[in-house]
Write a protein that binds this ligand. Structure first.
Ligand code: SF4
Length: 331
C-alpha cells in the first residue's frame, strides 16, 4: 500500500537564511499542518560531504539547521525530523540505484557541472553521484510528493526515471515521486548577482537582529537603472520586489508596482516596507530559535526519535529491495 508521504531535506549549512525559509521551510510547515500526507524532513549531512568541509564543525552545523527547522514551525510530533546519516538505508539504496543509473544521465546534471566548476580541485565521485543519493533519500520512504526548488527539478526527474527503470527490471516497488515546486519566486542574494547563499555572504540570516537586517537592506541591490529618486523603476528586475511578493500583502505589492514605475516611491521607502514585514515574520522565529538553542539535548533527542521512526520505514523498503534484487543469503 502506498502511503501519501512527503520527503524533503536541506544541507546542514548551519544558520539558514530567508531564501531557505521563503523557498522551502515555510512551505514545509504549511504542508505538515495540512495533514494530508505523512511528512519527513531531513538534514542531509551525507550530501554535504561532497564538497570540502571541516569534520569538527559538521555536527554543530547539523544541530543549527535542525534548530532552524523547529523554529520555523515544524512540529516533531507531526513530522519526523532527522539526520540523513543516522538512517544508513539511504546510502545502501543509493548504491543499488546506481546500478540503474546511466553515466550519461549524471553527466547531464547542470548542478554537477556548476559544482565541478566551483570546486575544481575536488571533483569527487560522490559529487558526481549526488543525484543518486537524492533519489535514494526520496525512494527509500516511497515518498509520493517532494517539495523542491527549481534548481532541484532535474534531480527529481532523474529520481523518477531511476524508479521507473528499477520497477521495470525488478518489480513494482517504488511510486514515482511528484515534484511540488515552491510557490515563492526565486530569491536572489542582496548583491543581486547570485542566488541567496551563506557562502556568498549575500543573505539575511533568520537570526539577524533588526539593525543588522536594516543595514543589509540599505545596501541591497535594486533596479540598476534607477539611479535617482525621480527615475521610474522596473520592479520586474528588482530583487526587493521579488521578496515583497513572497511576504507583503498582494494589494500593497500591487501599489508598490505602480508607485515604483511612476517614481512615486523611492527605494528607501520601499525597503522600509519590506523591512517591517520581514521583521514581523522573523520575530517569532527568532524567539523560538533562542528557546531551542537553549536546549540542544532536547533537539538531539528529537533527531534521534525521528531517525528511529524513519529507520523502520526505510528498513521495510530495503527488505523488499534486497529480496527483489536477489541480494543477501535469504531466510
Ligand atoms: S522602488 Fe522598490 S521595487 Fe522599485 S526599484 Fe526600488 S526597491 Fe525595487
Amino acid at each position: 500500500m502506498i502511503v501519501p508521504r512527503i520527503f524533503s531535506g536541506m544541507q546542514p549549512s548551519g544558520e539558514l537564511h530567508i531564501g531557505n525559509w521563503l523557498g522551502a521551510l515555510r512551505q514545509w510547515v504549511e504542508l505538515a499542518r495540512a495533514d494530508t500526507h505523512e511528512t519527513i524532513f531531513c538534514v542531509v549531512d551525507a550530501h554535504a560531504i561532497t564538497v570540502d568541509y571541516t569534520p569538527s564543525e559538521m555536527r554543530s552545523r547539523v544541530l543549527e539547521t535542525a534548530i532552524c527547522y523547529l523554529a520555523a514551525g515544524l512540529d516533531p510530533q507531526r513530522s519526523a525530523i532527522f539526520v540523513q546519516s543516522d538512517v544508513r538505508q539511504h546510502t545502501e539504496l543509493a548504491w543499488y540505484l546506481a546500478s540503474c543509473t546511466q553515466m550519461g544521465e549524471l553527466q547531464r546534471m547542470t548542478q554537477f557541472k556548476d559544482k565541478a566548476e566551483q570546486h575544481k580541485n575536488n571533483v569527487n565521485a560522490a559529487l558526481f553521484t549526488y543525484p543518486v543519493l537524492m533519489a535514494a533519500d526520496v525512494l527509500v520512504y516511497k515518498a509520493t510528493l517532494v517539495p523542491v526548488g527549481d534548481d532541484q527539478v532535474q534531480h527529481l526527474e532523474l529520481a523518477r526515471d531511476v524508479a521507473r527503470r528499477f520497477n521495470q527490471r525488478f518489480g513494482e516497488i517504488f511510486p514515482e515521486p511528484t515534484p511540488r515546486l515552491s510557490k515563492a519566486p526565486r530569491i536572489m542574494g542582496l548583491d543581486g548577482a547570485a542566488k541567496m547563499s551563506k557562502t556568498k555572504g549575500n543573505t539575511i540570516a533568520l537570526s539577524d537582529a533588526p539593525d543588522v537586517v536594516w543595514n543589509k537592506l540599505k545596501r541591497a541591490f535594486t533596479d540598476p537603472q534607477r539611479l535617482r529618486r525621480t527615475d521610474p523603476g522596473r520592479p520586474e528586475v528588482c530583487n526587493i520586489f521579488t521578496m515583497h511578493q513572497a511576504i507583503t500583502p498582494p494589494e500593497t505589492v500591487a501599489q508598490i508596482d505602480r508607485d515604483c514605475r511612476s517614481a512615486a516611491i523611492g527605494c528607501g521607502d520601499c525597503k522600509k516596507i519590506f523591512f517591517d514585514n520581514v521583521m514581523n515574520e522573523l520575530g517569532p522565529i527568532q524567539e523560538r530559535m533562542r528557546a531551542w538553542s537553549a536546549q540542544p539535548d532536547e533537539v538531539r533527542a528529537i533527531l534521534r526519535d525521528g531517525a528511529e521512526r524513519c529507520r523502520a520505514i526505510a528498513e521495510s523498503t530495503m527488505s523488499e529491495v534486497r529480496q527483489c534484487m536477489g541480494l543477501g543469503a535469504g531466510a
